[in-house]
Design a protein around this ligand. Structure first.
Ligand code: DGY
Length: 323
């Protein structure tokens, strides 16, 4: 019997590729060049499944040009590279990789918060540049984490992981805002209180963004929201570019509307707004919140298992739509 044909759109772990090859006729992008939409469409001809990484846009035009496609398995928990309505209309299933990256991503969110509030990147540049010639009482003084108020916008699995770290590890008061309020048991476990978005912005000493990107979360943090935050506050974005208006944030950092920001995701990444590169009070990392080898392997395996289960049992493990 002919094996189903699949495309692996980026380089992945050899052991994951070997597992896929047991079940599929696999074409893979081992050179890891980023294909243009036209190249991706050409590569997808005759393929029934695709292993994507979040960089590949799956939209109505691609789906119309690739009628054999049945499933897109994203190696990411976020799937804003999928036009889900178009996929559902075309009968194409989408899957993501929840749970396996939760704790790793929450660790990173906390690391970025610590680095930002305690000005670690700025301090390292200062030292390397030979500027550390004497002591002064306010040299690179940042803001405290312990005992402060941690605000979380988006209280899914990763948001809850950050809340637990803040409340249990650092004695922070945790407040959150989410589309829907958590049940009482989960709130108690995370020691987190639900507040309005306005109160979150006004009250948080540190605000961490962990909400999914959608048309309704586009620029959820822009100039008006930044103006409501404390001038001593830090803002952390480990969610998606586009949730923050990066130009407005750069201006707010320059004007000291807020004290500092830590960003792992950017509008139009891998490009970074040039103004963010010139303000000192921002820590910038290249979308690495889930980047530990065990977690990336678990994500790749879950994306592969979604393809295998779908073709072998007609039931994916972690679907994001009903197709
Ligand atoms: C995710 O899984 O969505 C992370 O942001 C990595 O892309």
């Amino acid at each position: 019997m002919n094996k189903p044909k699949i495309l692996v759109a980026r380089a992945v772990f050899p052991e994951v590729l070997a597992k896929l090859a047991q079940h599929f006729d696999v074409e893979s992008n081992q050179t890891d060049e980023l294909w243009t939409p036209v190249q991706l469409i050409a590569k997808l001809q005759g393929k029934q499944g695709v292993f994507t990484t979040g960089s590949e846009r799956i939209d109505a035009a691609l789906l119309a040009a690739c009628p054999s496609l049945k499933i897109c398995a994203n190696m990411a928990v976020g799937y804003n590279n999928f036009d889900l309505d178009a996929m559902t209309a075309a009968g194409v299933l989408g899957t993501n990789t929840p749970d396996v990256l939760t704790e790793t991503t929450a660790d990173f969110g906390f690391a970025l918060l610590m680095a930002t509030a305690r000005r670690m990147a700025e301090a390292e540049h200062f030292l390397r540049a030979g500027q550390w010639t004497r002591w002064s009482y306010d040299m690179l003084a940042g803001s405290d984490i312990h005992g402060s108020t941690l605000g979380i916008l988006g209280m899914g699995r990763i948001g809850q992981g950050i809340a637990r770290r803040g409340a249990l590890g650092f004695g922070m008061k945790v407040i959150y805002h989410n589309r829907s309020r958590l049940d009482a048991a989960t709130e108690a476990e995370c020691k987190a209180s639900f507040v309005s978005k306005e109160e979150l912005l006004k009250t948080a000493d540190h605000l961490v963004l962990v909400l999914p990107y959608s048309a309704s979360s586009h620029h959820a943090i822009g100039a008006p929201e930044l103006a409501q935050m404390k001038p001593t506050a830090t803002l952390i974005n480990i969610a998606r570019g586009g949730i923050v208006d990066d130009a407005a944030l750069a201006a707010a950092l320059r004007n000291k509307t807020i004290a500092a920001a830590g960003l792992d995701v950017f509008e139009g990444e891998p490009s970074v707004h040039p103004d963010l590169l010139t303000v000192p009070n921002v820590v910038l990392t290249p979308h690495i919140a889930s980047a530990t080898m065990p977690t990336r392997l678990a994500m790749a395996n879950l994306a592969a298992d979604n393809l295998i289960e779908f073709f072998m049992k007609n039931k994916a493990l972690t679907p994001v739509n009903h197709a």
